[in-house]
Write a protein that binds this ligand. Sequence first.
Ligand code: B1M
Length: 210
Amino acid sequence: MGKIKKITEEVIAGNVDGVTELTKGLIDEGEKPSEIIKNGLVAGMDVVGGRFKKNEMFVPEVLIAARAMDAGMAIVKPLLTEGEDSSIGRIIMATVEGDLHDIGKNLVAMMLEGAGFEVIDLGVDISADEFVEAVKEYQPDIIGLSALLTTTMPVMEETIKSLEEAGIRNQVKVMVGGAPVSEDFANEIGADGYAADGSTATDIAREFVS
Ligand code: B1M
């Protein structure tokens, strides 16, 4: 098995040391950082995402795999030259105002990163106005809003309205998710997409930038 393929296997297995060692080795051998990301690290998270969707892997294993991927990313990212930027799109992720639940949001963010997106994570308790400011500052392709409380879901609608009022709604795709959120709710508030899990979020995000 080639070393890049081995990185994929080690990401799936969640082996931080294995990913670190193989990634460093490949860099020393002169492999392109973007190749390592695409065919090694991201390929591993792709498999993990697929298995998670089919209930063949569960949240803790996904988090462990994501940590292994991050270990490799930390080595290759600084080596990427501008022309070799591997990002396929920029996403701002956050949990909405009044809501402190971030486990699911972090998981989705990691999977998006694993799929090759540049993720700017604003954290939790983010207001509509803060989203608007962040869109102006970072010019993302997509914003991802997470809510775990029925009481904070309305902030998603507020955020979309605030983007409209600021005249920037058409600059960005809005994706929503979180346990109480549904496809119907997403349509009702005028979001562009709804994802029930990280793997679906990745598929939708890929469609948005294709
Ligand atoms: Co809270 N909590 N909690 N909680 N908590 C829930 C959500 C609750 C359902 C528990 C219950 O009563 N059965 C309930 C909400 C009821 C409701 O509104 N309908 C609840 C409550 C009431 C509260 C407090 C109000 C409790 C209190 O203080 N009285 C309080 C509120 C604090 C606040 O936010 N202001 C509170 C606090 C907390 C803790 C701090 C203790 C902790 C959060 C820790 C943290 O996140 N750092 C916590 C936890 C852990 C939970 C439960 C147990 C687990 C949530 C979780 O992490 N799930 C939860 C009960 C439950 O869901 N069983 C509960 C695992 C995670 C991987 O799944 O977040 O659903 P999830 O994310 C999924 C998908 O939803 C989706 O993908 C993820 C991966 O598959 N997804 C997206 C999520 N975001 C997405 C965004 C996308 C796309 C997909 O695109 C942008």
